[in-house]
Design a protein around this ligand. Sequence first.
Ligand code: SF4
Ligand code: SF4
Ligand code: SF4
Length: 271
Amino acid sequence: MKKNANEVSRRDFLKSGAIAAGAIAVIGAGTFVLDHEAAKSMPREGFLRPPGAIEEEDFLYGCIKCGLCVQICPVHAIKLAGAHEGLGYGTPYIDPREQACDFSCDALQCVETCPTSVLDFKQFKETGLRAVEAAAAEPGVDMSQVNPFEVQKVAMKNAVKIGKAVVNKHTCLAHAGKPFKGVSRGTDFSGILRSPNDVNSSATPLRDREYDQDICHLCVTECPIGEKAIVQVRNRNGRKLIPRVLDGCTGCGVCEMVCPTEHASIVIEPF
Ligand code: SF4
Ligand code: SF4
Ligand code: SF4
């Protein structure tokens, strides 16, 4: 069957990209060994892309690896992939165990700054506009007192879907009926986050927060989306309170960052 021009040019592009990545890997063989060690510790299969990322194949095709999304992120959640990643080399990703995308930014700046629209507002625009319309339709609401930009921003952030959190019940403290007291990731940990109860504050170091929970539920406490995303529920026999992830989870990764077990007991699976 005859292929259209787009299909042919895309295949050619992917092929040339793979050859280029291979050449880079050979030239950079010295660093390859070190990067390969780092890659082994990555906790998930596939990249967790920044908010608004379009479908993976098109993302690889369209991202120009400019790094603007990396520079603009106020919590430095976005990194660029190393040479060992082949075709994905130089593309942006998030490792939430090190630093989650906690929505500290004012307006999904990474999406706003992307010059190629491989991080794309289209996914959120309708939701944002509908939220403003819904706010205006509320009985007794004086729209001169409402900041439509703020309404739109909150709605768009809630509509982000990077991935979804998955709990490992074999290592989760709550599933074992255990408490957590102390600093969750140790006093050397550099990750920062904003309080879910004060969305106007700036992000502060996780190491400055001390917890004292009879049954661990740090993931629930710190989730910036709240009860639409994760709740504490009783298990089947009613004896334990455990975290349950709901459809409102955006995949931001704050739960993965704060989880105090040696290897995170809640990890984000990319979409
Ligand atoms: S800003 Fe867009 S094009 Fe630039 S590295 Fe980030 S995703 Fe790629
Ligand atoms: S923070 Fe980690 S250990 Fe604690 S309840 Fe959540 S998943 Fe389990
Ligand atoms: S459960 Fe909450 S903190 Fe965890 S990824 Fe989902 S939205 Fe983020």
